[in-house]
Design a protein around this ligand. Structure first.
Ligand code: ADE
Length: 257
């Protein structure tokens, strides 16, 4: 049976899942990361705080694959909206991911990962479909009421939606209306921006491990993004990851994969 590696960039994003693992967790410290091995929804999982940025996420993903033998990798966390129709409180599931800050021109085309000959790294299609279904289920459930009302109170936004498509990643927190505008015009298919997903997707591609990336929108990557991000992180984020991933793990198990 497969072992699922679950990564997040921030403690708040894994806190509820960690509690749900219960007391029988084995922890191992490798390269300044603490890996928690245990069961979630009856499925063997390794849960780890990857920290922020592409290098941190890539190094952690390699350790999950090489040291723990995970056969599936899922990254969960927050993102800033890029597309106009994506709003705070929505969920984005990656179908494909790109590093928006990778630029080795004129040696290689913009965004292309040198010597891999590609810019986009696809998430596993089955994982993406299941994550989107679980996000829809969760947002339609009674459990989501508290996050929907917290998001409404803090951001004036209700009726969260689930989107599937392109996620872009780079080593900068996008917090500027013109910067996010540039991303939107250079990469019109981008739904949201974050700092890790495409790096994890590249590692998973190189190791042949299926990858899923799930992001909740905390801000609009504009001049108030830092304030919105911190409010969202403190008040709402933890419920989303746990609510969606618990459903995902139950359904993933029942498919016998
Ligand atoms: N994660 C959440 N919001 C973000 C933003 N605005 N830029 C980069 N990563 C993010």
């Amino acid at each position: 049976m497969s072992t699922i590696g679950i990564l997040a960039a921030l403690q708040e994003e894994i806190a509820t899942l960690l509690t749900a693992m219960g007391p029988d967790v084995v922890t191992r410290r490798i390269g300044q990361r603490v890996y928690h091995e245990g069961q979630l929804s009856g499925r063997r999982c390794v849960l780890v705080l990857a920290r922020i940025g592409k290098v941190a996420a890539a190094a952690t993903a390699v350790t999950l694959i090489r040291e723990f033998g995970v056969t599936v990798v899922v990254f969960t966390g927050l993102a800033g909206a890029v597309a106009d129709h994506v709003r705070v409180g929505d969920v984005v599931v990656a179908q494909t991911l790109l590093q928006h800050d990778l630029d080795a021109r004129p040696l290689f085309p913009r965004y292309e990962v040198p010597l891999l000959g590609r810019s986009y790294f696809d998430a596993d299609a089955q994982l993406a479909t299941l994550l989107a279904q679980c996000a829809n289920d969760y947002l339609g459930s009674d459990y989501a009421e508290e996050i929907v009302s917290a998001t409404r109170d803090a951001f004036g936004v209700a009726d969260p939606k689930v989107h599937s498509g392109t996620i872009i990643s780079g080593d900068c927190f996008v917090c500027d209306t013109s910067a996010v505008g540039l991303l939107r015009s250079a990469l019109p298919d981008a739904l949201c921006v974050e700092m890790e997903g495409a790096a994890v997707a590249q590692i998973c591609y190189e190791y042949g491990v299926p990858c899923g990336v799930l992001r909740t929108i905390s801000d609009r990557a504009d001049s108030t993004a830092d304030i919105d991000f911190n409010t969202f992180l403190a008040q709402v984020a933890r419920f989303y990851s746990a609510g969606i991933l618990r459903r995902f793990l139950m359904n993933y198990s029942s498919q016998g994969r």
